[in-house]
Ligand binder design. Structure first.
Ligand code: SAH
Length: 248
């Protein structure tokens, strides 16, 4: 069986238990070498070949998987969660064409690790109940209807992947789209790695503060990072729900 597995954001103990167990029984691992922590490969049996997909084309990745007997455990190890910017769909399409079955094991995305590093809630009541996950157009285009400027109009919590190298332009677009320039914003570099770095500022100050960071970082924007006091209804004594009677 072929498994697409989320390796988590970096720290080797942030892979899921299921992902770790599968690695322990792997016959072949193809890992995204640019971001997956190589320490994770030490879970594999010593005889297991581990290929770095950073040096491979899609065709090479698929044929490396396809030549293995169906009884073997073949693992495609993606960074974070495979569903986000992992180029996973094209691999699944190719396997579908070859009628090779596969399963997906989710992972802890870097956006969850960044929230943990910031000790933040993306969706505090009355501040924002929406998270927009996107990226700046770079060498890979973004559909026209999803420009940063148009997404910014919602003023929601926003998380930007793959954009740390374009921070000045990104902040400019966010402001042009409607966020006040003093909107809180953060750069989280290598969340959960030993050299993790958190830079907290606002849309005006952040490009200067984080000028030294060019890659492997998320940009997080919105009032969820500001100082406020809020209270959910979920734990409000006057609010009853399925699991608790109210005490008005
Ligand atoms: N599937 C991954 C994202 C892959 S795209 C996930 O769920 O996290 C690669 C981008 O993810 C990087 O450019 C960076 O923006 C972000 N990223 C990956 N690991 C990160 C980490 N540990 N800390 C901060 N950002 C990270």
């Amino acid at each position: 069986m072929i498994y697409f597995i989320g390796a988590g954001p970096g720290a080797p103990d942030l892979i899921t238990v299921r992902g770790m167990h599968l690695l322990q029984h792997a016959d072949l691992v193809i890992y995204a070498g640019s971001l997956v922590n190589p320490e994770l490969l030490s879970f594999c049996p010593p005889s297991c070949p581990c290929l770095n997909s950073a040096e491979m084309t899609l065709e090479e990745i698929i044929s490396a998987m396809a030549v293995r007997p169906k009884t073997e455990t073949v693992i495609r190890l993606h960074t974070g969660d495979p569903s986000l910017y992992g180029a996973v769909r094209e691999q699944m399409d190719a396997l579908d064409e070859l009628q090779l079955p596969y399963e997906v094991v989710p992972g802890v995305s870097s956006m969850s690790a960044a929230a943990a590093a910031l000790r933040a809630e993306f969706t505090p009541p009355e501040i924002s109940q929406t998270v927009i996950i996107s990226r700046m157009a770079g060498r890979t285009a973004v559909p026209d209807a999803e420009s940063i400027r148009s997404l910014a109009a919602h003023g929601s919590t926003m998380i930007l992947f793959l954009s740390a190298g374009m921070l000045p332009k990104l902040c400019q677009e966010l402001i042009a789209g409607g966020y006040p320039e003093d909107t809180t914003a953060a750069v989280v570099y290598r969340a959960s790695w030993p050299d993790e770095e958190i830079i907290l500022g606002n849309l005006k100050t952040l490009p200067g503060q984080a000028a030294h960071i060019r890659r492997t970082a998320l940009i997080l924007v919105g009032r969820f990072l500001s100082d406020f006091r809020t209270r959910s209804r979920l734990y409000d004594p006057a609010f009853s729900h399925l699991f608790r009677e109210g005490h008005p």
